[in-house]
Ligand binder design. Structure first.
Ligand code: SIN
Length: 281
């Protein structure tokens, strides 16, 4: 079956058809998928049936697996590369990370080499009378940059922001060891995508705690204004999950947030893998 790429019609996202991720993917097909991923920022495959090792192997085609803090607490038995994201509790204990990513963010932006991208494989998805809940929204930081007026572009080009692991409130507060392992880092506010060469805004509320060479109050106001700009409706694709979806996003091109509009007994179970990236430039 030929591979079809169907853009969502929103600022980001495309569905890929004609690929069975449980089967080996030849280099030509993989190159088509990777081009679509770079171009659309978010791609997804419906109706997949893959095992944890198959998800890990597919992730590795895009880059080395990145382990994050949650994997140490909630990974899949036998596949430490996969983090369980879920609201389910068994025997009174959560089986995965709850309320993961409920505020707008780009994954692990507080590290010196933030991951290239992240993959979520949906095993169980919640619904209300058959209507999907637990969507994920993606905002195009590239379209947001392109829509900025020249005056604002000149004001922020070449600027570096401080990204601080402790800036974001998490449902599971990090330990002191995790905080010590993640000291504040600096990244450009305007990033160049390593594959497409396109520019993207790289600013988020909470994670960004300052801008170099700018006084604190001015930086806070500018970060808030840019963070709000990125999440304007014109730049957003909202994904309605179905069990069997495998979706991946690019952490330079998009920011994302998970909508927490469900709870038990409605179950949501995702397997997440993350692929290593480069130092932002
Ligand atoms: C995340 O931010 O990694 C979680 C996204 C989701 O569960 O929809």
């Amino acid at each position: 079956m030929p591979i079809e790429i169907i853009p969502t019609g929103a600022a980001v996202g495309a569905e890929i058809r004609g690929v069975d991720l449980a089967q080996p993917i030849d280099d030509v097909s993989f190159a088509t998928i990777e081009r679509a991923y770079n171009e659309h920022g978010v791609i997804f495959f419906r109706d997949q049936h893959i095992t944890p090792p198959q998800q890990v192997a597919f992730t590795r085609r895009f880059g080395e697996i990145e382990f994050n803090i949650f994997g140490e607490r909630w990974s899949v038995a036998g596949s430490p590369e996969i983090v369980v994201v879920s609201n389910i509790t068994e025997d009174g204990r959560p089986i995965g990370v709850r309320r993961a990513g409920e505020n707008w963010h780009s994954d692990m932006c507080y590290t010196a080499r933030p991951p290239r991208g992240t993959m979520l494989y949906a095993l169980e998805t919640p619904d209300l009378h058959g209507l999907p809940l637990g969507d994920t929204e993606f905002a195009s930081a590239q379209a947001a940059w392109e829509a900025l007026p020249d005056r604002m572009r000149h004001r922020i080009e070449g600027r570096q922001a401080v990204f601080d692991f402790t800036g974001r409130k998490r449902a599971f507060p990090p330990t002191q060891t995790e905080i010590d392992r993640n000291p504040p880092v600096r990244h450009p506010i305007v990033r160049t995508h390593p594959c497409t060469g396109r520019e993207c805004l790289y600013v988020m509320r909470d994670d960004c705690t300052g801008i170099e060479g700018m006084d604190a109050a001015e930086a806070e106001a500018l970060i808030a204004a840019l963070a709000e700009h990125i999440i304007k409706p014109a730049f957003i694709y909202r994904h309605q999950w179905r069990a069997g979806d495998l979706l991946m996003w690019d952490n330079c091109t998009v920011q994302h947030r998970a909508i927490q509009d469900y709870d038990m007994p409605r179950r949501r179970l995702m397997h997440r893998t993350t692929m290593g990236g480069a130092v932002p430039t």
